[in-house]
Design a protein around this ligand. Sequence first.
Ligand code: IMP
Ligand code: MG
Length: 181
Amino acid sequence: MTGHDGDIEKILLSAEKIQDIVRDLGEQVSKDYEGQTPLIVGVLKGAFLLMSDLAKAISIPAEFDFMAVSSYGSASKSSGVVRILKDLDLDIRDRDVILIEDIIDSGLTLKYLLRNLATRAPASLEVLTLLQKRDTQRVPLDVKYTGYEISDTFVVGYGLDYDQRYRHLPYIGTLKPGIVT
Ligand code: IMP
Ligand code: MG
């Protein structure tokens, strides 16, 4: 129990299922980047739990850094206008960068971040997202690793918030009607 469980309508991904997905993602990254030392960049706040579990699932040398962004818009829809609240500490020039996202909806946030990071001349730049919404992308995106596809519904938990709440739920679910305004 987390104190928020009563607001959840349906669990889409259980804590166990998430752990399986993240373990697979970590294994794929470890295989694809064998012999390299990727720089794994988490986008805060949404990716904070994913980064922790993914880090433990990666078996090759790797480095970690974080960016914090906030997108303008309502609590449940991003506008694609992104503000960088905290930039990377590390220089990514000539590094193999993997950008870690919680969820891709319209893709506008990711597009902005990729454009920003590409100007810093990394050796390579790929994207790993835990969730991707089906048929909602408004811009073409090249996502190397997708953990799980969901339909176009608003979800919370495992890092994802509604108005800053529910991030600490160990599972991902939808909210009961009347909570999302
Ligand atoms: P996009 O720019 O429309 O792709 O939205 C990306 C960002 O919006 C994510 O990083 C989340 O912070 C937020 N977001 C999109 N869909 C959801 C959702 O279903 N639940 C919680 N946050 C979401
Ligand atoms: Mg959010």
